[in-house]
Design a protein around this ligand. Structure first.
Ligand code: AR6
Length: 271
C-alpha cells in the first residue's frame, strides 16, 4: 500500500476513536508532510486504551519503513573513546540507534509526552516506537499504583524502534539556577538505576540521552560530569553491560562530553 494511503487510514482510525479531535485535524493541510504531523499529533494525544491489531499492523509497517529511511545506526559499530573502550560518544537522534536499550527521559506519569509533536525525547521515542509503548507503560504504572519517583528505571520493549528495549527514567526538575544536592543525587541515581536494570536483564549495550538537561533544566556541564562519573563507577563494579553510548543531541552537549571523555576520537557524529 502507498504510504499516503496508509497515513490516511491510520488518521481515520484515530479520529473514529477520538472524534473530539476532528476540528483540530481540519486545521492541517492535505499534503503528505502535514498529514504525517497530524498522525503523530493524534498518536501523541491518544490516551492508553485497547489497541486494534489491524491498526497496529499498519502503524508498524509505516514506522518500520520510516526507520529504514532515517537509517539505523548500529551501536556496536561506533568507535569507542580512546581513553575507555567501554564508552562511546555519538551525536544524533536516539530513535536511530540499534542498542540493547536506549534510555528515555520520562516524566513521573511515565506515559510519554501528550503534547502534539513536542520536541522532547519522550515524544520522539514514543512516536517512533508506536502506540504499544504507551500501553506497556500504562500497564507498568497501573501495577505500581503511584507516580514514578525520580532516579529509578523501568524497562519496556522497543517495538518499532531499532533498539530492543527502552529504559524509562525520571530525572530531577531543577527549579532554581543551581541544582540542589538532592537533584545531583537523583540524576546520578537515574544513570545507576538504568545500568543496574540493564545488568539484571543481561543487556550488553545501553545508550543514554542527556537526562534532565532539556525541559527539566539541569545545567549541561554538571549533568554530563555526573553521567560520566556514575556510569564509570557502575561499570567498574562489574556488569553485563560492556558498551555505554552517551547520545548527545545538541552541539553544546557534544562539546561538553568530548571534553570530559577526552580527545577528538570521542566524537562520532551522524550526517
Ligand atoms: N535523540 C536524542 N536526544 C534527544 C532527542 C532525540 N531525538 N530529542 C531531544 N533530545 P528533554 P528532560 C535531548 O527535554 O530535560 C519531556 O516532555 C535533548 O536535547 O527531552 O529530562 C518528558 O515527558 C536533551 O539533551 O528531557 C518530561 O516531561 C535531552 O534529550 C520532560 O521532558 C533531554 O531533554 C523531561 O525533561
Amino acid at each position: 500500500m502507498d504510504r499516503t494511503e496508509r497515513q490516511r487510514r491510520l488518521i481515520q482510525a484515530l479520529l473514529t476513536e477520538m472524534p473530539e479531535y476532528r476540528a483540530f485535524a481540519a486545521e492541517f493541510s492535505g499534503d503528505r508532510y502535514s498529514q504525517r504531523r497530524l498522525l503523530r499529533s493524534l498518536m501523541n494525544l491518544r490516551p492508553p486504551m485497547p489497541l486494534d491489531p489491524a491498526f497496529l499492523a499498519e502503524q508498524d509497517a509505516l514506522l518500520e519503513a520510516e526507520r529504514e529511511e532515517k537509517g539505523v545506526v548500529e551501536a556496536d559499530d561506533l568507535t569507542p573513546t580512546a581513553a575507555d573502550p567501554r564508552l562511546v560518544l555519538w551525536q544524533g537522534d536516539i530513535t536511530r540507534l540499534r542498542a540493547d536499550a536506549i534510555v528515555n527521559a520520562a516524566n513521573s506519569a511515565l506515559l510519554g509526552c501528550f503534547q502534539p509533536c513536542h520536541g522532547c525525547i519522550d515524544n520522539a521515542i514514543h512516536s517512533a516506537a508506536g502506540l504499544q509503548l504507551r500501553d506497556d507503560c500504562a500497564k507498568l504504572m497501573a501495577a505500581q499504583g503511584s507516580e514514578e519517583p525520580e532516579g529509578r528505571a523501568k524497562l519496556t520493549p522497543g517495538h518499532a524502534l531499532p533498539a530492543r528495549y527502552v529504559i524509562h527514567t525520571v530525572g530531577p526538575v531543577v527549579r532554581g539556577r543551581v541544582p540542589t544536592d538532592r537533584d545531583r543525587a537523583a540524576l546520578g541515581s537515574c544513570y545507576r538505576s538504568c545500568l543496574e536494570l540493564a545488568g539484571e536483564r543481561g543487556l550488553e549495550s545501553v545508550a543514554f540521552c542527556c537526562i534532565s538537561t532539556g525541559v527539566y533544566h539541569f545545567p549541561n556541564e554538571e549533568a554530563a560530569a555526573i553521567a560520566v562519573d556514575t556510569v564509570k563507577a557502575v561499570l567498574d563494579q562489574g556488569s553485563t553491560v560492556r558498551r555505554v553510548i552517551f547520545n548527545v543531541f545538541k552541539d553544546l552537549d557534544a562539546a561538553v562530553y568530548r571534553r570530559l571523555l577526552g580527545g577528538d576520537r570521542a566524537a562520532e557524529s551522524c550526517p
